[in-house]
Write a protein of this length. Structure first.
Length: 249
């Protein structure tokens, strides 16, 4: 990114913060056009299998963004705003916990130099704890996640963070241990929300969105195994993400 583009991004972020009480830049059918939005932004999606979406690891642009919410968001913004020259990246890896993100953070995050970094992680941390693995309590999740965010903001002081809320629904094996899954996921959801406040990040309330969606259709319509969304669930996530950023990109 050129120095002028980065300055433009910082200026825009400041303007958006100051205008927090003003009407949203989002319309029901997407972002409005405006000359004040920056160009050439690097927008990176990080996380586990929900973000991974079976993405390819090569230059196959038919599958490089995966087949989930990250794909839906990027395709929509790429289509609506070709003049903005957005650069989207997906570095989600199936099975990852916070400690796994940390191991590859330099190469898969910091070296990309994202202007907007969207993170969704936590469900595998819950699974590890329920399987009896040590070091995966909610407190560990908070400590490790905070360390990762601190490292990120120190290396990339102008980055805008988007933190997704971990979520589950009572389907499949998750339903069989629903009390444990619900309790532990809720703890990590609260941690994610607190860290979003601490690091001035955008928080995306996915669990609440899925809870609300149950008024329209049963849980297995949205999430097929309690963890991984159905197509409609990924669309729900994409819409919640776009609503949460309120015109940031």
């Amino acid at each position: 990114m050129s120095a002028s583009s980065r300055r433009s991004f910082l200026k825009t972020t400041a303007l958006l913060s100051a205008a927090a009480g003003m009407p949203s830049l989002l319309k029901a059918d997407g972002l409005t056009q405006t000359e004040k939005l920056p160009t050439d932004l690097n927008i990176l999606f990080q996380g586990d299998s929900i973000t991974d979406g079976n993405r390819t690891r090569d230059n196959d642009w038919n599958h490089i963004m995966g087949h989930g919410y990250a794909y839906l968001i990027s395709s929509r913004l790429w289509f609506d705003h070709p003049e903005r020259k957005f650069h989207f990246f997906n570095r989600g890896v199936s099975g990852n916990k916070v400690v796994d993100l940390a191991k590859r953070w330099q190469t898969d995050t910091l070296d990309i130099k994202p202007d907007v970094l969207s993170i969704l992680v936590g469900v595998n941390d819950v699974l590890a704890m329920l399987r009896g693995q040590k070091g995966f309590t909610a407190d560990n999740y908070e400590t490790d996640y905070r360390s990762l965010l601190k490292q990120t903001t120190e290396a990339l002081p102008s980055v805008k963070l988007v933190i997704g809320e971990p979520f589950v629904l009572p389907v499949g094996n998750v339903q069989k241990m629903w009390d444990q899954w619900h309790t532990e996921t809720s703890k990590r959801a609260e941690v994610a929300k607190q860290l979003a406040r601490e690091f001035n990040a955008v928080f995306v309330p996915y669990q609440q969105a899925f809870n609300n969606a149950l008024k329209k259709a049963p849980a297995d319509y949205w999430i097929w195994d309690g963890v991984h969304p159905m197509p409609a669930g990924h669309e729900l996530m994409a819409r919640e993400w776009l609503k949460a950023i309120k015109g940031l990109v």
